[in-house]
Design a protein around this ligand. Structure first.
Ligand SMILES: C[S@@+](CC[C@H](N)C(=O)[O-])C[C@H]1O[C@@H](n2cnc3c(N)ncnc32)[C@H](O)[C@@H]1O
Length: 419
């Protein structure tokens, strides 16, 4: 199952008693074509229409040189929506794959450079190539020659070619995707690697270039957005400089973004099996980092969750899973600390989060965010809107079905600064 299909969950139902009639659901439709969202599957926090609707409400204040930020920008739905309204926007994401996609969606392609087939003799270095986890050496050589062509061209065309290579690589390695769509396997031995004749590979890549080119042609860009590879726990942004945040952090569902995008990261030269820094830095990672910093006390909802997990009788609950949850919460609250630092006193924060389950324990992520934001001086602007999610990612995973799960809510929470 393609990643996007698995993650785009139907949520047209509404939990009773909370959401006002007529509220616009944030959930991205199964195939959202707005701003090329369908050219490459990426985790959808919310739809383009929803993000645009939220930002349009702030248009007057923002048009006077205001700044929009998404600190977990993913494929750049917020930055694209801001751009479509002519607003200044910054999108941060630690995963460089996300940022290539976000840039592709936001750039001006009225002058795409013609992409030529690279010469067969172009010299490329194949030592310790991370693509060797899926491809045979001659195929890697050809992919790298295309990659070098992308670097040589530079600018928006580089991103177009890079996403074409993402698509080609993903299609050629489909059999390494297991029943869990976010866990990508690797070849155990050379005989399992994919080998494609250069001519055939060229034709596949050119097909993807043609497909994406046909889609980007008509984009108009009233403003350039800034898409930056950076950590939401340490934002490279000045204090008191942001007016509106529209964002959706990773949820507590143990999705390992680095593993899910290991093939694309390999194309970008990052081998997550040897370099663990990116994987460890992503919020929600299944890797436990050595604890080097103090974790400050959490609010009531988070503390209660930790206590329920600690007391759970299933294996490793009081060990690994407790540590993983605490690490996730520490990352979430560090992100909220940074959000608080970079926002002006008049700022608004729109957050989309989804509750989940740890075994049979409800993970009330919306309540946790409300508590933690309140501790940092944010006040609820109105009652959160809650939308029913019928199929959770865990329900796709057989091992996770031992415990009965209820429906979970996806919540839209809007805060203003309490000062
Ligand atoms: C739910 S997705 C956001 C989806 C996005 N709203 C969209 O529409 O595509 C969360 C994003 O957070 C990113 N992320 C995880 N840990 C991060 C960190 N420490 N700093 C910045 N981004 C991070 C992930 O790479 C992922 O792209």
């Amino acid at each position: 199952m393609p990643v996007q299909e698995a993650l785009v969950l139907p949520s047209d139902n509404v939990l009773p008693g909370v959401r006002k009639a007529g509220a616009l659901s944030p959930k991205r439709p199964a195939v959202e074509t707005a701003g090329l969202a369908d050219v490459f599957p990426y985790y959808a926090g919310f739809s383009f229409e929803w993000a645009r609707h939220q930002l349009a409400r702030h248009e007057t204040e923002l048009l006077n040189n205001g700044t929009v930020l998404d600190p977990w920008n993913g494929s750049g739905t917020t930055t694209l929506a801001a751009q479509s309204l002519g607003l200044n926007a910054i999108g941060l994401d630690l995963n460089p794959v996300a940022n290539v996609i976000a840039r592709l969606r936001a750039q001006d392609y009225s002058q795409v450079e013609k992409i030529k087939r690279p010469q067969a003799g172009v010299d490329v270095c194949l030592d310790d190539d991370p693509l060797a986890a899926w491809f045979a050496k001659p195929t890697i050589r050809r992919i790298r020659q295309w990659g070098k062509a992308a670097e040589d061209i530079g600018g928006p065309t580089r991103d177009l070619l890079t996403v074409s290579l993402f698509r080609a690589i993903r299609a050629a390695t489909k059999r390494f995707e297991g029943s869990n769509p976010t866990w990508v396997k690797r070849a155990k031995e050379l005989s399992e690697t994919v080998s494609i004749a250069s001519d055939e590979l060229d034709a596949i890549i050119e097909w993807h270039i043609g497909f994406i080119s046909s889609r980007v042609g008509s984009q108009s860009c009233p403003r350039q957005v800034s898409v930056v590879t950076a950590d939401s726990r340490k934002m490279p942004i000045a204090s008191d400089s942001v007016d509106v945040i529209v964002t959706s952090p990773p949820y507590l569902t143990r999705i390992d973004y680095a593993v899910a995008y290991s093939r694309e990261l390999a194309l970008l030269g990052i081998d997550i099996s040897t370099d663990r820094s990116l994987r460890a830095g992503l919020m929600g990672t299944t890797l436990i980092r050595p604890q080097t910093e103090d974790i400050f006390p959490f609010g009531e909802a988070a503390s209660q969750l930790l206590s329920l997990i600690q007391k759970h009788d299933s294996k490793a609950s009081a060990g690994y899973y407790l540590r993983q949850t605490r690490q996730y919460l520490a990352d979430l609250t560090s992100g909220l600390d940074e959000i608080t630092r970079v926002c002006r006193n008049t700022a608004t924060l729109h957050l989309v989060v989804q509750d989940s389950f740890y075994k049979d324990v409800h993970v009330p992520l919306a309540d946790i965010c409300i508590d933690e934001a309140a501790m940092r001086g944010w006040v609820l602007k109105n009652e959160p809107e809650r939308f029913l999610v019928r199929r959770t990612l865990t329900s796709l995973n057989k091992a996770a079905q031992t415990y009965k799960k209820g429906d979970v809510a996806e919540s839209v929470i809007t805060f203003s600064r309490g000062k």
